[in-house]
Design a protein around this ligand. Structure first.
Ligand code: DOR
Ligand code: ZN
Length: 343
């Protein structure tokens, strides 16, 4: 196959950040996605409808003129979130709220330290029809970083799902066979996003031959057997898995340092990288479901009506993206060849 046309896709998990950086991140995503679920881990975070709508306006202001791109907003859950916050926020423009265990990742210090104490909030979300998006890692410092996702399933996700079987849950950016199999075995109210980096790479790509800070993200890349399981489930065409890049910009100097930030900025090649994965797996017939159908179907939103065509033609991801403030970002896959290009 030398080209493929699919229904316009959406990105069901990404980070735009705020301020001047929106002029970089929003056009990069609007280039190929019609909608995106925008993560609320700003500093301070997006905690209620007022903050979410103000943030949405800033994103819309940074959207290229004439672009049909639409940001979908997310509330950031804290131990102070109330049922009223949920009821007031829930709607087409704010379809979800995000659970970060406190300390799990970038800007999560203000997040949830006692997950069980949020059960009344999950109840309100279940009743209102608001989705719960979960960063699924335990944060206990004793727990090995490679085991954090599996333990989160046992200690938190399985109990939440059992207690709220009608609450729609997206297990975000899954990285392990344990997570993939848990999602497959769960009822239809549980689904998962998978990033390009977790499909393309494993922990050797982070650590062999030197530390590669631009492949460092959270949850951290796992061993090859987990990567293979993720590839298998997307190639299977299961409707429980969909596209969520977790594209997360960090300035070069904050990644190439003694204590570097977590996140891969994949927006410049997101759709093309996923196409590469499905092509490698000889599963291009499953690409459209993953990229364009499974996400809106799970969220209960309409599928997009436009189309995008990719052709098999090589190009090279730039080494760096310059920002107006003098900083730069090293994009995911920098300097490497991609096999598919959007026409
Ligand atoms: O690698 C990551 N980067 N994982 C996250 O969960 C957050 C994200 C960010 O905000 O930079
Ligand atoms: Zn994320």
């Amino acid at each position: 196959m030398s080209q493929i046309t699919i229904t316009t896709p959406d990105d069901w998990h990404l980070h735009f950040r705020d301020g001047e950086l929106l002029n970089e991140t929003v056009p990069a995503t609007a280039r190929c996605f019609r909608r995106a679920i925008v993560m609320p881990n700003l500093a301070p975070p997006v905690r209620n409808r007022t903050e979410a709508m103000a943030y949405k306006e800033r994103i819309v202001a940074a959207t290229p003129t004439g672009s049909p791109f639409e940001p979908l907003m997310v509330l950031y859950l804290t131990n102070q979130t109330t049922a009223e916050d949920i009821i007031e926020a829930c709607g087409k423009d704010i379809p979800a709220a995000k659970l970060y265990p406190a300390g799990a990742t970038t800007n999560s210090d203000a997040a949830v330290s006692a997950i069980e104490s949020l059960y009344p909030i999950f109840e309100a979300m279940s009743e209102a029809g608001m989705l719960l998006l979960i960063h699924g890692e335990v944060t206990d410092p004793e727990t090995d970083i490679f085991d954090r996702e599996k333990l989160f399933i046992d200690q938190h996700l399985a109990p939440i799902h059992a207690r709220f079987p009608k609450l729609k849950i997206v297990f975000e950016h899954i990285t392990t066979a344990d997570a993939a199999d848990f999602v497959l075995d769960a009822n239809d109210m549980l689904a998962a996003t998978i990033t390009p980096q977790h499909l393309l790479l494993n922990r050797n790509d982070l650590l062999v031959g030197g530390i590669r800070p631009h492949n460092y993200c959270l949850p951290v890349l796992k061993r090859n057997t987990h990567q293979q399981r993720l590839r298998e489930v997307v190639a299977s065409g299961s409707s429980k898995f969909f596209l969520g890049t977790d594209s997360a910009p960090h300035a070069k100097h904050t990644k190439e340092t003694a204590c570097g930030c977590a996140g891969c900025y994949s927006a410049w090649g997101a759709l093309e990288l996923y196409a590469q994965v499905f092509d490698d797996l000889d599963a291009l017939d499953k690409f459209e479901g993953f990229a364009s159908f499974n996400g809106p179907d799970f969220y209960g939103l309409a599928r997009n009506t436009g189309h995008v065509t990719l052709k098999r033609e090589s190009w090279t991801m730039p080494e760096e993206i310059a920002l107006p403030n003098g900083d730069s970002i090293v994009p995911f896959f920098a300097g490497q060849t991609l096999n598919w290009q959007i026409t």
